[in-house]
Design a protein around this ligand. Structure first.
Ligand SMILES: C[S@@+](CC[C@H](N)C(=O)[O-])C[C@H]1O[C@@H](n2cnc3c(N)ncnc32)[C@H](O)[C@@H]1O
Length: 359
């Protein structure tokens, strides 16, 4: 594949690159391919709406399992040239269509089984159009790289953009993901569509979420009942409430329901093991990690945060989780940071355990 030359190996890239291609987004594309192999069906039409070099759409075509029509779109002339060059080399019949349209103009013209939105920064600008362009029971997938607002460095921007207050603390990445997901659910509900989150994660510098879109006011209302707030308790713990009391430090309103579907993750893991695809070990680990935390609370403690507050050495995350489970608490690791853990244990229990393990 032709890719623009780039020096970037990790982290986000600048808009100023002539054509965006980020090798650090490989896992993002790996997950998309596995998702296609498990979820898509023959005859689907897919829109890679903000495609840059077309790397994702091309991989879906090359490594996907189904006969899908894929539109690979980017409004930049340089990106379009690259997409053309990349697709020309393949015997693609008419299943891949390079497109050089502004996405806002393209979306209302047709409905798709799967719309993928991978913008610079926030996806909010493209959300309404994308939601309306997905067929019922189809898929919407979004990426967000505006981690600073979502994680609470710029709370005012987050409130303006996503209608939700972030929480700048150890749980900020989980809260950011739930704000992004919650905002998409609320936008879809405006159109009587239930955006059911089936796969969501944070990875290094971006958030990514896939939704099954189901038409109907009732399923949309059912999702809206699963919103609430994360409260920072006075003794440094977290809890969930339907609304914060006056003066309580909080994040939300945000999605408190499940971020991932167990069966989907199981199928994607089997698919990665059963095929001869070159899926990175990091991607496979991510899927296992997401599965391990599915039934754990919607907030995260960091072991270094526990250590500094309890004046102990940071505990080993896995041992700490095991010890909490032995005490009968719900506890798990977290997919995006080896220092993170989820638990419903109260702060006193966490503190006592950290002190005990320090001895
Ligand atoms: C982050 S890059 C996409 C990365 C790509 N999906 C990948 O996997 O490498 C965002 C792209 O969106 C394109 N873009 C931004 N606004 C657009 C719009 N309104 N319509 C179409 N393309 C747009 C930019 O030219 C840029 O190439």
């Amino acid at each position: 594949m032709f890719t623009p030359s780039t020096k970037h190996l990790n982290g986000p890239m600048a808009r100023s690159e002539p054509v965006f291609y980020n090798p650090a987004m490989r896992d993002n594309r790996d997950v998309s391919v596995l998702f296609e192999r498990v979820i898509a069906e023959d005859g689907w039409n897919i829109l890679d709406g903000l495609a840059a070099s077309g790397a994702k759409g091309l991989r879906l075509y090359e490594e996907g399992k189904h006969d899908c029509d894929i539109v690979i779109n980017d409004h930049s002339p340089k990106a379009f040239d690259l997409i053309h060059k990349n697709t020309e080399h393949w015997d693609r019949g008419d299943r891949i269509t390079p497109s050089r349209r502004g996405l806002h103009g393209l979306l209302p013209e047709k409905k798709y089984n799967w719309v993928d939105i991978d913008p610079f920064g926030s996806p909010v600008d493209f959300l309404d159009g994308s939601i309306r362009a997905v067929k019922s029971k189809g898929i919407l997938s979004i990426t967000a790289t505006d981690t600073a607002p979502l994680c609470g460095t710029y709370p005012t921007t987050c409130i303006r953009r996503y209608g939700s207050r972030p929480l700048h603390s150890g749980t900020m990445h989980d809260t950011g993901l739930r704000i992004l997901v919650g905002n998409t659910i609320r936008r879809a509900a405006v159109f009587d569509v239930a955006a059911i989150p089936i796969l969501s994660y944070f990875s290094g510098h971006y958030f990514r979420s896939y939704f099954r879109m189901k038409r109907g006011a009732k399923p949309a209302d059912a999702l809206l009942k699963q919103f609430g707030f994360i409260i920072r308790t006075k003794d440094e713990g977290y809890k969930i409430e339907s609304r914060p009391e006056k003066g309580e430090v909080h994040g939300g309103p945000l999605w408190l329901g499940s971020l991932n579907d167990t069966d989907l993750l199981t199928d994607m893991i089997s698919e990665s093991e059963g095929s001869n695809m070159a899926i990175s070990p990091d991607t496979i680990k991510l899927l296992h990690d997401l599965k391990a935390e599915i039934h754990s609370p919607p907030y995260v403690y960091m072991t270094d945060e526990i250590a500094s507050k309890c004046k102990v050495h940071p505990p080993n995350t896995k041992l700490f989780v095991e010890a909490l489970k032995e005490k009968g608490f719900n506890a798990s690791t977290v997919h995006y940071d080896t220092k993170g853990l989820r638990t419903d244990a109260d702060w006193m229990t966490i503190k006592e355990l950290a002190q005990l393990m320090h001895k």
